[in-house]
Design a binder for this molecule. Structure first.
Ligand SMILES: Nc1ncnc2c1ncn2[C@@H]1O[C@H](COP(=O)(O)OP(=O)(O)OP(=O)(O)O)[C@@H](O)[C@H]1O
Ligand SMILES: [Mg+2]
Length: 360
């Protein structure tokens, strides 16, 4: 296996007495699109700034390309950072903005011009080189900021919520462009975001952070399908939880007593974060089915429909299972001929044992 481009080990960061990062251990692979995902204040920016060299770490080690970054200042690290508030120079043209870092490096004029033109083209701003930066839209400015970082050919590009200031439509377009750009240039991208959809759709792997700690590192599919605890499960998409009591473990099987569903035998690997301390069963809303007509499922249970949210293509149901007050959510695609149930109706809810996760 090739050496990871970024290696963090036992990394702590304190601001005075406040611990912003705690025991961060993380390897980021060369050429990877890696995201740091977590709620506001969990330490994403702090971690990114530590990698960039804008923050001095309090303990642990940080290696980039196998070299310790201790005593290596930000401007000598093989990284470059793109900020949330596109910090471009308003009094300079697009080309001048992009050329800025190269001029500071005193490269020959012809090479600067060639690389600037390449970078401007890369971010889809052909023909904008002479435009004044102050007249650009938010999306265009963010492209300039990207070009300005890419033109320096860093080994790692660090992006702190680069798209959060853009409206939804433009953000989605830029997400797909950024992903394609990353594939084309092959530079390792580390993206900070608090938007789980953004992280899921763009990343090769994601680190989920809470309170200065990394809770899980996994591919988008693994993170969604096999979150290792309730907090991650709840942050990535939506998850229904039912109280559960582990009655015993026998080989690779677990006997659990689950609220409303009764006594079940699950596979031990359904306890994705280990069996220790498990006290809840999680199931995604799309893993439950409201059975139509003569439709059958592996298991079924009756429930009362208490709220219905109709979205055209989908219907979100909130139902109450027997023996509990807790509402659970079921999402159904409105396929041809499917009846939409109303509030107060009784639904037959189909489910399968294999779609349950045992969590703590
Ligand atoms: N210079 C600083 N001095 C003191 N505390 C700080 C400093 N910078 C960050 N913090 C604190 O460290 C914690 C993590 O901050 P950070 O900016 O890394 O969060 P974040 O995950 O990027 O959040 P957001 O999504 O809101 O940008 C916060 O509680 C913040 O108040
Ligand atoms: Mg931040």
């Amino acid at each position: 296996m090739t050496q990871p481009i970024i290696q963090l080990s036992g990394l702590d960061k304190y601001y005075g007495n406040f611990q912003a990062l705690s025991q961060i251990n993380l390897d980021i692979k060369t050429g990877e699109f890696f995201s740091l995902l977590g709620p506001s204040g969990c330490g994403k920016t702090t971690l990114l700034r530590a990698i960039a060299g804008f923050e001095v770490i309090s303990a642990g080690s940080l290696h980039i390309d196998g070299a310790s970054m201790e005593d290596v200042p930000a401007n000598q690290r093989p990284t470059n950072m793109v900020f949330q508030s596109y910090a471009i120079f308003p009094h300079m043209s697009v080309s001048e903005n992009v050329a800025y870092g190269l001029k500071a490096r005193r490269l020959p004029k012809a090479e600067i011009e060639k690389r600037v033109a390449e970078a401007i083209s890369m971010v889809g701003l052909d023909g904008f080189g002479d435009r004044a930066s102050h007249g650009l839209s938010g999306g265009q400015r963010q492209r300039v900021a990207l070009a300005r970082a890419l033109v320096l050919k860093p080994r790692v590009l660090l992006l702190d919520e680069p798209l959060s200031a853009l409206d939804k439509k433009l953000r989605e377009q830029m997400q797909s462009e950024l992903r394609q750009l990353q594939r084309a240039v092959g530079i390792t991208f580390v993206l900070v975001t608090h938007d789980q959809e953004e992280a899921l759709t763009m990343s090769d792997r994601i680190a989920v952070m809470f309170d200065g700690e990394i809770a899980q590192v996994a591919s988008p599919q693994e993170l969604y399908g096999k979150p290792t605890n309730r907090q991650v499960a709840n942050f990535i998409g939506q998850m229904n939880f039912l109280d559960a009591k582990v009655m015993g473990v026998d080989g690779d099987k677990v006997l659990v007593d689950v609220q409303s569903l009764g006594k079940l035998t699950l596979d031990l690997h359904q306890a994705t974060g280990g069996i220790e301390g498990c006290n809840v069963v999680g199931v995604r809303p799309e893993m439950l089915t409201i059975l139509d007509g003569s439709q059958a499922a592996e298991r079924e249970i009756e429930a009362e429909v208490c709220e219905v949210f109709y979205y055209g293509d989908m219907t979100y149901y909130e139902v109450i299972l027997p023996f509990t007050e807790a509402k659970i959510t079921i999402t159904m695609r409105n396929t041809a001929g499917r009846k939409v149930l109303g509030e107060g109706e009784t639904a037959r809810v189909g489910w399968s044992q294999s779609s349950l996760l045992l969590l703590k």
